[in-house]
Design a protein around this ligand. Structure first.
Ligand code: PRE
Length: 315
């Protein structure tokens, strides 16, 4: 199915806004709203779409566990792009409903977590309900006989379903942002840009003192900066964790490739999730000059030296 892209729907979610930023050339009728992050992954895995966009982490509430779980388990998919979207929340209700009338509020759990303070102060007696997305909440509120009086959603979400804004800026942090990723079926990663990120999931082989330090050292000793480390249960029993790691750089860079080989050597399993351009595109974070003695040239010179030593050419 060519040129179809799935996203966490319905229309009007922050994820749809992220898809627009990542794929501005894709017409609306080539986008496929899905009810849930798992449905986006399924559409990608089954080849019904070319790619999909899902939320990965929020600057206030942290990781989106449905996305992390899908990245770790099931048929592999690859991250090929990312975007960070500022998230501003609005409280929407049907025409004629005032703040004082609101007794129930629906929204996505991540949105709820980001508006908890505002809701506690301004609607202390309102009951809150979690639904599959902020736009799904707005859609539900707009339905006749809706069980909810109000929805917390993106401005475009509430407007799309004909609701009226009762209060703007109801998030507890005005600078909140969510990082979204574009996923596709496995293939060669996009070419390095000089400001890239590499994501992997590492499964440590045996629990022993310093196991995590050994893992992190693979990156540190090769001058690779980590931007995210999240532990997640493997499901195989209490205390069994794997580690989701985001690192600066691209698998085609020698220092990143060598770090990943080191990780592979000390882990039972490593799932490579992709190397892709960083949303900030800030080449000062991955200096075009990597840290001292970790440039491609440094690694290649060391490889050539080892080859000479092995061939008996002692230098
Ligand atoms: O419900 C939406 O609008 C979404 O796109 C999902 C989501 C999330 O999963 O975190 C995205 C951004 C906001 O942080 C709140 C909800």
């Amino acid at each position: 199915m060519p040129n179809q892209y799935a996203y966490l729907g319905p229309a009007g979610t922050f994820t749809e806004a992220a898809l627009r930023e990542l794929k501005p050339e894709v017409p609306v009728d080539s986008t496929v709203p899905c009810t849930g992050v798992d449905a986006v992954f399924t559409a990608v895995r089954e080849g019904r779409v070319d790619g999909g966009v899902v939320p990965l982490e929020n600057s206030v509430e942290g990781g989106v566990s449905a996305t992390t779980a899908e990245l770790i388990e099931g048929a592999p998919v690859m991250v090929t792009a990312e975007v960070a979207v500022p998230v501003e929340f609005t409280l929407f209700a049907r025409e004629g409903v005032a703040l004082a009338d609101i007794k129930s509020v629906a929204t996505h759990p991540h949105a709820l977590a980001q508006c908890r303070g505002w809701l506690a102060t301004n609607l202390p007696d309102a009951e809150t309900f979690s639904v599959s997305s902020t736009a799904a909440a707005a859609q539900a509120v707009a339905e006749p006989g809706s069980p909810y009086d109000a929805a917390v959603s993106a401005r475009i979400g509430g407007k799309r379903y004909g609701l009226r804004a009762v209060a703007e800026g109801v998030g507890d942090r005005s600078d909140a942002a969510t990082r979204f990723i574009h996923i596709a079926r496995p293939g060669p990663p996009p070419a390095p840009t000089g400001a890239d990120r590499t994501s992997v999931v590492a499964f440590i082989s045996d629990d022993h003192p310093g196991a995590l330090i050994e893992l992190l050292n693979q990156f540190a000793m090769r001058g690779v900066n980590l931007t995210r480390l999240e532990s997640r249960p493997t499901g195989d029993g209490l205390g069994k964790y794997c580690f989701c790691i985001d690192a600066e750089g691209h698998v085609h860079e020698a220092r990143v490739g060598e770090a990943l080989m080191g990780v592979r050597r000390i882990c039972t399993d490593v799932r490579f999730l992709g190397s892709y351009p960083r949303a900030d595109g800030d080449t000062t974070l991955t200096p075009l000059q990597p840290p001292r003695r970790t440039s491609n040239a440094d690694f290649h010179e060391a490889e050539r030296w080892l080859a000479r030593v092995r061939s008996g050419e002692v230098t």
